[in-house]
Design a protein around this ligand. Sequence first.
Ligand code: DGY
Length: 329
Amino acid sequence: MSTVRPAILIARAVFPEIEDRLRPFFEIETTPPGVVWTPAQLVDRLQGKVGVLTTGGERIDAGLLAACPGLKIAANLAVGYNNFDLVAMTAAGVLGTNAPDVLTETTADFGFALLMATARRITESEHFLRAGRWKEWSLDLFAGAEVHGSTLGILGMGRIGQAIARRAAHGFRMNVLYHNRSRLAPDREAACKARYVSKDELLRAADHLVLVLPYSAQSHHTIGAAELAQMKPTATLVNIARGGVVDDAALAAALRERRIAAAGLDVFEGEPAVHPDLLTVPNVVLTPHIASATLATRRAMAMLAADNLIGFLVHGKPLTPLNSEVLTP
Ligand code: DGY
């Protein structure tokens, strides 16, 4: 019996306890803090590896798969997996796993925080104060948009969308509307007091619109100039989904021309680069893709990715597979 342990790559720096969890089972190659492998470097590092723990920043596509024929699993430390070409992975017999559930409530908290910060102009007013520009209290100083009792539109009603809806309906007495590829079952709609509407009605009716839909070729620029034109001039837009779901150039123009009131963005097209026009408009709150970032949740996400590697490579049973068809012999 061979005593050689399978080799895996942890493609981004993770917490020490994640490495400790994996070490008894695998020869692990780690990645130093601050290092992001280029696609070519990733291919190099994956030679001789059967598994890889990825973040949303490592793309697993046909080119990489052809160059890494020994790879059997890519375990994503994220619920979103638009960095995986699942069709190519399935064709190559490579399993993909993601990290759902463990981040739902934390991400919904952040979605709500970003909505509040955007509607109530928190970062804009803080910049004003730090710049020493606060000279007197005045009635309309940074007067923002009402949150409680207003109409919240949610585009994408998966687990995180539903968790945001519950906060809005039960905590803030908001009128919650949603649009999704498929309508929720009546008991789920009742639990989050949300009403299904068309995308057009959602855009027209929302005082605040939160995007929580997955990115795909179909959802590319779901919000562009035409959709922004349908929104109320007083509306706010929050994107915690993925860059690319919004046309950032069109959004920056709409914000500058006050065609919508404000936006809160945690994700960007081409991140970590940010469209330069978004950096110059005042009515936007910008955060660096941190919606799931509490230590406990990031630990749980990384641990789930690690347990998927162990589950599949050691026990033949991954916890959260995306393309289970590769498991069938
Ligand atoms: C996710 O889990 O998809 C978050 O966006 C972190 O990448």
